[in-house]
Design a binder for this molecule. Structure first.
Ligand code: NAD
Ligand code: COI
Length: 330
């Protein structure tokens, strides 16, 4: 068996190398992403191991079929950037890593919410200016707040456990209800109801074409004045321009964004000494009440180890048995 892995960072290499040795499988590691330019490098391999936030190249699955490469195993959760129907049509099995560490993302979402409440960005700026006064930047406590959770899958549920630990009241919305949360009476019947009740809202749902800009002008208007927003899910869920307006007017008191709808050319790139060209992004990050991070919620030691090992296990299982619990296409 013979795998080719793309977008491999140095911190992943030891996990790849150990797995390859233990499983006696050749895994060739490449630091660049899969793109139209390097599709021919997959020739001669049995599986492609990927990780990227940008769209997988249109021609990938046709090439995989042409070269007899049967499996694409990605090292992350989200499959919104993959044309799964095209993969199935070309006879390619796609797997993801559905739960490498939901806590990694949930802990980060809570961290960012707390930072917004305690206004750490403002205090850091003031501190750098030697302005050590307290007022007027007084905080709220999480236990006095109602937190709305949109999407109660693996990460949403981990997030709920943590904020409940702080004493927050939780309201949740998910078209597919979790029985335990249902029994605990956490669900509301609609997003509108959640927006009306929540002092802070955290998004933990997947991105689909139907849910693009689900948080736009109309949704923002339905939220409480001074609401806090956290998005560690996908950038496309939020209409960034509408959010910027709401952050400027104070309708939204703060937004912590680990994902941004046009993040692919920006996040996880070294843009030091380069002028940013995305005007919307520039405006967003200039705001004191926007806490933007470059898609790092997943980035913990536990998560990275699991991402590599589970993706490789999945590819091996698909090739050996045609089965894996992580298959995401029909
Ligand atoms: P999951 O599949 O376990 O849970 C998603 C939940 O969202 C499901 O319960 C589903 O029923 C629900 N859902 C679907 N459509 C919905 C809608 N319209 N409204 C409300 N709920 C809806 O997924 P997960 O592992 O919890 O991942 C959640 C999100 O986090 C995904 O978007 C994923 O891509 C993202 N993610 C981000 C990072 C990061 O580093 N920032 C890392 C991993 C995952
Ligand atoms: C995911 O696992 O879906 C993420 O968002 C992590 C990222 C490295 C792609």
């Amino acid at each position: 068996m013979n795998f080719i892995a793309f977008s491999v960072r140095d911190d992943e290499r030891p996990y790849f190398e150990k797995w390859a040795q233990v499983n006696n499988v050749k895994v060739d590691l490449h630091s660049e992403e899969i793109s139209e330019d390097n599709l021919d490098t997959i020739k001669g391999y049995d599986a492609v191991i990927g990780l990227q936030t940008g769209t997988y190249p249109l021609g990938l699955f046709a090439k995989m079929q042409e070269y007899g490469v049967k499996d694409l195993s990605i090292r992350n959760v989200g499959v919104d950037n993959i044309d799964l129907a095209a993969a199935s049509q070309k006879g390619v099995t796609v797997t993801n890593v559905p739960a490498y560490s939901p806590n990694a993302i949930a802990e980060f979402a809570v961290t960012q919410l707390m930072q917004m409440l305690r206004q750490t960005r403002t205090y850091r700026r003031k501190f750098a200016e030697q302005d050590y006064r307290w007022a007027p930047y007084i905080s709220k406590e999480l236990r006095s707040m109602t937190v709305g959770v949109v999407g109660t899958g693996r990460i949403g549920r981990a997030f709920i456990q943590i904020v409940q630990g702080f004493g927050a009241k939780v309201v949740a919305f998910d078209p597919y209800r979790n029985p335990e949360l249902e029994a605990a009476g956490l669900y509301v019947d609609s997003l509108e109801e959640l927006f009306a009740k929540a002092d802070a809202i955290s998004l933990h749902m997947p991105a689909t074409d139907q849910d693009k800009h689900i948080i736009g002008q109309e949704a923002l208007a339905q939220m409480k004045d001074g609401v806090y927003l956290v998005n560690t899910a996908r950038g496309s869920l939020i209409d960034t321009k509408a959010l910027i307006a709401a952050l400027k007017s104070g309708k939204v008191a703060g937004a912590a964004l680990d994902t941004y709808e046009a993040e692919t050319p920006i996040f996880n790139h070294d843009l030091r000494n380069q002028a940013l060209t995305d005007e919307t992004f520039k405006e967003l990050i200039s705001l004191d009440n926007a806490l933007v991070t470059p898609h790092i919620a997943f980035y913990t030691e536990t998560a990275v180890k699991n991402m590599v090992e589970i993706a490789l296990d999945s590819a091996k299982s698909v090739l050996e048995t045609g089965q894996a619990s992580t298959i995401v296409n029909a």
